[in-house]
Design a protein around this ligand. Structure first.
Ligand code: 6LW
Length: 499
């Protein structure tokens, strides 16, 4: 990310359902995390353009315990982050525990966050928190419905009340956020579903519980039916900058390839400016090149893309599947190496021991040095249990395995004596000519010979690791895993080679 020409997405890679708040000069933003542990990444920014992950909200089993058999794209959906009365408050749904809404709070958004307070009386997903002037806390959920709550105790007061939901028959009125701005209470919602028809609508009222008058310009944001490179824009949140200007964050996708277009990075976080006309918000373009900012940008933090595993704790951007059991992930057994001890026997298994990071660029390269002489382990591009490509090493061979739906194939294998080997995955644009059937990208998997030359064992069409093929709400994650015995990883390096 450059200092002078900030770009969208402001938080690339699988970072959907953004919720934002500002305290003084600091902005904080959180996203959904589904089946991954730790849950709910927290980002910090001072200029809205450059974001750094400072932690995760749900980072201990007492806060997040995902069942071993929970499906991918279950788990943690759509948090709302707010600051009230000197504390940060976060409300979120764990769909793998019924519709389990919880509230946690913290004085420092980097953590630690409290243990959850359960909200059994809050009836749906995408919960929002808003306080009125007398301290009443309003919780609004998808549907759209509202109930008064006590976020300290989880108590609800009275039955949920139906609010405005965009328009009669609208698909998926969800992701509500309620704000008191000027003389009005505004209810911002997502409409049309999180696919190509996604959009944002808004209503206003003199009271937090309505009745809401719809904005005549609804939907105030949608890219449906356009050839804009950013699609599925919706699920938004608003924030005001210290200079009084307004901004919107929302999710969007960057589809690639021919027809119907495949998005592989999941839903990403984008930013757009907002102006006000007749007390209604008007959303500026969700442009890939962000417009001139009204303030000088903070120098872009240099993103640490290589990890030498020299720290005792894993960085917050490393995510695992459903849990991270002690004893299966350690940098202490072989100092300077990440040791993974197998549980599930492949990436097809829900309980596989995996540490990955989001693929954040349409083209990139990931490499790791693995010693699998005491087992079997490797490097994977993962969409879910049923959609992934891996390059893995054992003490006798290196091989590429592809899993697409119910098909699982060893695509290529070569004998290789055990011992440390560099495994690599390179993601590139498909070579021309491009036509309606061209996929979004090519995924090449291979290894480095001891003399440093790289051998590609297979190049696979990336469309099979896209949301359009796999379904669900997540995006690609690239990372290391152990499938048998123990696999030691000396370093992991991720290198963006494009946007
Ligand atoms: C989320 C819903 C949505 O709960 O997708 O895009 C669901 N919006 O609001 C999962 O991210």
């Amino acid at each position: 990310m450059s200092d002078t020409r900030p770009t969208n997405p402001v938080i690339p890679g699988f970072h959907p359902d953004p919720s934002i708040c500002r305290v003084g000069d600091d902005y904080y933003l959180v996203c959904s995390s589904f089946e991954y542990f730790p849950g709910i990444p927290v980002f910090h920014s001072r200029d809205l353009a450059h974001w750094t992950q400072i932690g995760n909200v749900l980072d201990r089993p007492s806060q997040l315990s995902l069942p071993a058999d929970m499906p991918s794209s279950g788990g943690i959906y759509a948090p709302t982050l707010r600051h009230h009365d000197g504390r940060f408050w976060l409300i979120v749904t764990n769909v793998s525990e019924g519709v389990g809404n919880i509230v946690v709070s913290a004085t420092d958004p980097a953590g630690p966050w409290s243990d959850p307070v359960r909200l059994p009386g809050v009836p749906g997903i995408d919960p929002d928190l808003a306080w009125d002037e007398d301290g009443t806390c309003w919780c609004t959920v998808a549907g759209v419905a509202q109930v008064r709550i006590d976020p300290e105790t989880g108590e609800t007061f009275g039955p949920p009340k139906k609010l405005w939901s965009g328009a009669p028959g609208v698909k998926a009125p969800e992701a509500p956020h309620l704000y008191h701005i000027g003389d009005y209470w505004y209810l911002l919602i997502a409409v049309g579903g999180t696919e190509r028809g996604h959009g944002v609508a808004i209503g206003r009222s003199r009271a937090p519980s309505g009745p809401f008058e719809p904005c005549p310009a609804n939907p105030i944001l949608t890219h449906r039916g356009t050839d804009h490179p950013v699609q599925n824009t919706g699920h938004a949140d608003l924030v005001q900058a210290p200079d009084g200007s307004w901004w919107m964050v929302m999710l969007g996708v960057r589809p690639g390839g021919g027809t119907p277009g495949w998005h592989v990075l999941g839903r990403e976080t984008f930013l757009a400016p907002v102006t006000w006309v007749d007390d209604w918000p008007v959303v500026g373009e969700v442009a890939l090149e962000l417009p001139q900012f009204p303030w000088p940008l903070a120098p872009a933090a240099v993103e640490e893309q290589r990890d030498d595993f020299d720290l005792s704790e894993l960085r917050p951007s490393w995510i695992s599947l459903r849990d991270r059991p002690a004893g299966h992930f350690t940098t202490k057994e072989r100092p300077g190496w990440l040791t993974l001890r197998a549980r599930g026997d492949s990436l097809d298994a829900a309980d596989v021991i995996f540490a990955g990071r989001r693929q954040q660029h349409l083209t990139c390269r990931a490499r790791t040095l693995v010693d699998a002489s005491q087992g079997r382990g490797g490097l994977a591009v993962r969409l879910d249990e049923r959609h992934h490509y891996v390059i893995e090493a054992s003490d006798t061979e290196v091989r590429v395995v592809a899993r697409v739906g119910s098909l699982r194939t060893v695509v290529a294998a070569e004998p290789l004596p055990g011992g440390p080997v560099v495994l690599g995955i390179t993601i590139t644009d498909p070579p021309p000519p491009h036509d309606a059937r061209t996929g979004p990208d090519d995924v090449s998997l291979g290894y480095e010979r001891p003399d440093g030359t790289f051998t590609t064992l297979a190049t696979l069409d990336g469309r099979y690791l896209s949301t359009e093929v796999a379904g669900g709400f997540t995006g690609r994650v690239i990372g290391m895993y152990a499938a048998n015995g123990t696999a030691h990883f000396d370093w992991f390096d991720y290198e963006p080679t494009g946007r």
